[in-house]
Design a protein around this ligand. Structure first.
Ligand code: FAD
Length: 511
C-alpha cells in the first residue's frame, strides 16, 4: 500500500461475532503482522471491539462451499479446523415436505459434470427426460448420491471425473469457529478491546465516524469502521441512517427458536430442512451434537405452538434451553455509507434456508479487500461495493422465495399466502425462463449457479415446456449412452467411498 497521508491507518471492527472475526482474520493477513515477523509492516492497525454483556447471536452452523475458499485463503489446516470447531462435512441440503407434503428432494453441491457439445449437461438431460425413461436428476449429482448413502471422501485431483464432480462445505459450531478465527487474527496483530460502545463521534461537515467511546470512557479512534454489531446495526443504521429494504412481504418468517440435541448416528453429511405448517425446521449434524431450529412466521403460529413443533421433531434429548430469536428480512439500503461498511447481520438478513449468511460475509469482506479505499472512501468505490452486495443479496433472496412460492401446499393459511404472494420481477423472469425452455439466468458470479436452480425447480416439481433453442441435437442413442456411462461411474465411485463418520474419524482423530 502507498505510504501517503490519505492511507488508512486504523481499522475499527465493531463486534466480535462470526462476522467480526471473519472480517478481522483476512484483514490481519493483508495488513497485520506475520507471527514472528516485523511489527505492523504497513502501518495500519486493526482493533476489534466486542461487548461480553451484549453477546453474539450464537447460531449459524451450516455453510456453503465458499467457506472452503475462505479457509484456504487463510491457509487454515483442514483437520485442525474441523477438530477445533466440531465440524462435519456438508454435501448439500435435503428438503422434506417442500412443494407438497411427502415431497423429498436434494440440493447437492455440484451437478451433472462438464458441458456436452455447446450446452450444459443438464440441458441435454432435460431433453432426454422429456422423452422418458431417465432416472431422476438427483442420480447424476455425485454430491446427492454420496449424501443419500452417507458417504464422504474429498474430491480427487486430476481430470474431470465422478471422483471430483462435486463440491462440499462444512457444518460447525459457530462460537468455536469465531474463537478459532480470533486466535488467528490476534496472532497476526489484531487488538481486541472488551467493552460496550455507548457513544459514537462523527466529524462535523461530512459525517464520517471518527471514534467510538466505551462505557468505561475509553475512546477508540479510526479511519475506517466495519460495523459487525449484528441486528443492532450500531453504526450503519444508528449513526449513518442507511435505511432498510423490508422484504417480509416476500419472506414472511420473522422468528426462530433454536435448540441443540444429543448427536445420533448415522452422521449425515448434509443439512435437513423440513417444512412445517408456518415455516420450516433445520437439522444440522455436528461431531458433538445436532443443531436444530424452527424458523416461522409469528403471524401464523404462536411461539408456544412453534416450540411444541420443534421439540416433537428432534432426533433425541434436547441439550439446554431453547433460544428465541426475532428478525426482519431485508437489506440495508446502503451497506457501505461514508467510512462505515456493514458486514454480517448489520448489513441485512435472509433466513438460513440455504445457509447463505456466512457466505455473504465472505462476499462482503472479499469485496472490501478488492475495493479497499483510502481515508476519503471515494464514491465510485462505495457505489460499486453497494452494487455488488445488493446483487448478491437479491439473487439469494429470489432463490429462497422460490422455495415458498412454488408450492402446492394448501394445508395452512401460511402456505396459501406464499402460493398467492406477488414476487420480485427478477424471480418472475427466472421462473418464466425455466418454464419456457429450461434455461437459468446467472449474473455477476451469483451465489447459486445453474445446478442449484435446476435442483430446486425440478425438486419442487416444475418442468420446462420447451427445450433450449441452442441445444445442438446430439443423436439420442449417443446421449443416452453417455448418461448411462456417467450413471455407472457415479455408482462405482460412491461405492468405493467410506462412511462419512469413518472418514471424519480418520481425518480428525478419535471423537
Ligand atoms: P452477532 O453474532 O450478533 O455479533 C454482534 C457483535 O456485536 C457481538 O460481538 C456484540 O457483542 C457486538 N456488539 C453489539 N452491540 C455492541 C455495542 N454497543 N458495543 C460493543 N459491541 C457490540 N448463517 C449461516 O451462514 N448458516 C446458518 O445455518 C445460519 N443459521 C442462522 C439461524 C438463525 C435463526 C439466525 C438468526 C441466523 C443464522 N445465520 C446463519 C446467520 C449467522 O448467525 C450470522 O450471519 C452470523 O452469526 C454473524 O452474526 P454477526 O456477527 O453479524 O452478529
Amino acid at each position: 500500500m502507498k505510504n501517503n497521508e490519505q492511507a488508512i491507518r486504523r481499522i475499527v471492527i465493531v463486534g466480535g461475532g462470526t462476522a467480526g472475526w471473519m472480517s478481522a482474520a483476512p484483514l490481519s493477513q493483508v495488513f497485520g503482522t506475520q507471527p514472528g515477523g516485523p511489527a505492523n509492516p504497513v502501518g495500519c492497525e486493526i482493533v476489534l471491539v466486542e461487548s461480553p454483556e451484549i453477546g453474539t447471536v450464537g447460531v449459524g452452523e451450516a455453510t456453503l462451499p465458499s467457506i472452503r475458499y475462505y479457509n484456504d485463503m487463510l491457509e487454515l489446516d483442514n483437520a485442525d479446523f474441523m477438530r477445533k470447531t466440531q465440524a462435519s462435512f456438508k454435501l448439500g441440503i435435503e428438503f422434506k415436505d417442500w412443494g407438497h407434503v411427502g415431497n423429498r428432494f436434494f440440493h447437492g453441491f455440484g451437478g451433472f459434470g462438464p458441458p456436452i457439445v455447446n450446452r450444459s449437461s443438464v440441458a441435454h438431460w432435460l431433453r432426454l427426460n422429456r422423452a422418458g425413461g431417465m432416472p431422476s436428476y438427483e442420480e447424476w449429482s455425485v454430491a446427492t448420491v454420496m449424501a443419500r448413502r452417507n458417504r464422504f471422501a474429498l474430491p480427487e485431483a486430476g481430470a474431470p471425473s465422478a471422483a471430483n464432480a462435486y463440491s462440499y462445505a462444512f457444518h460447525f459450531d459457530a462460537g468455536l469457529y469465531a474463537a478459532y478465527l480470533r486466535d488467528y487474527a490476534m496472532a497476526r496483530g489484531v487488538k481486541r478491546e472488551e467493552g460496550t460502545i455507548v457513544d459514537v463521534s462523527v466529524r462535523p461537515g461530512d459525517g464520517f465516524v471518527t471514534a467510538v467511546t466505551l462505557a468505561d470512557g475509553r475512546r477508540i479512534e479510526g479511519d475506517l469502521f466495519i460495523d459487525c454489531s449484528g441486528f443492532r446495526a450500531l453504526l450503519i443504521e444508528g449513526v449513518c441512517k442507511a435505511g432498510y429494504h423490508d422484504w417480509t412481504h416476500w419472506l414472511p418468517c420473522d422468528s426462530a427458536q433454536a435448540v441443540p440435541c444429543d448427536k445420533t448416528l448415522p452422521l449425515t453429511p448434509h443439512t435437513t430442512s423440513t417444512a412445517h405448517s408456518a415455516g420450516w425446521q433445520w437439522r444440522i449434524p455436528l461431531q458433538h451434537r445436532t443443531g436444530n431450529g424452527h424458523v416461522y412466521c409469528s403471524g401464523h403460529i404462536s411461539d408456544d405452538e412453534a416450540s411444541r413443533v420443534l421439540m416433537q421433531n428432534l432426533d433425541s434429548a434436547p441439550q439446554g434451553d431453547l433460544r428465541q430469536l426475532r428478525f426482519k428480512t431485508g437489506l440495508r439500503k446502503r451497506i457501505w455509507e461514508k467510512n462505515v461498511v456493514a458486514v454480517g447481520l448489520s448489513s441485512g438478513f435472509l433466513e438460513p434456508l440455504e445457509s447463505t449468511s456466512l457466505s455473504l460475509i465472505i462476499h462482503g469482506i472479499s469485496a472490501l479487500v478488492e475495493l479497499f479505499p483510502d481515508k476519503r472512501c471515494e464514491p465510485h468505490l462505495v457505489d460499486e461495493y453497494n452494487r455488488k452486495m445488493t446483487r448478491q443479496y437479491e439473487s439469494i433472496r429470489d432463490f429462497i422465495i422460490l422455495h415458498y412460492k412454488e408450492t402446492r401446499r394448501d394445508d395452512s393459511e401460511f402456505w396459501r399466502y406464499c402460493a398467492a404472494m406477488p414476487i420480485p420481477d427478477t424471480l418472475a423472469h427466472q421462473i418464466e425462463s425455466f418454464r419456457r425452455n429450461g434455461r437459468v439466468v446467472i449474473l455477476d458470479r451469483d451465489s447459486f449457479g445453474e445446478d442449484s436452480w435446476l435442483s430446486l425447480f425440478l425438486g419442487l416439481g416444475m418442468q420446462p415446456q420447451g427445450l433450449d433453442p441452442l441445444l445442438k441435437q446430439v443423436d439420442e442413442p449417443t446421449l443416452r449412452e453417455h448418461f448411462k456411462r456417467l450413471h455407472m461411474a457415479i455408482s462405482r465411485t460412491v461405492d468405493g467411498m467410506p462412511d462419512h463418520a469413518a472418514y471424519l474419524d480418520r481425518l480428525v482423530g478419535v471423537r
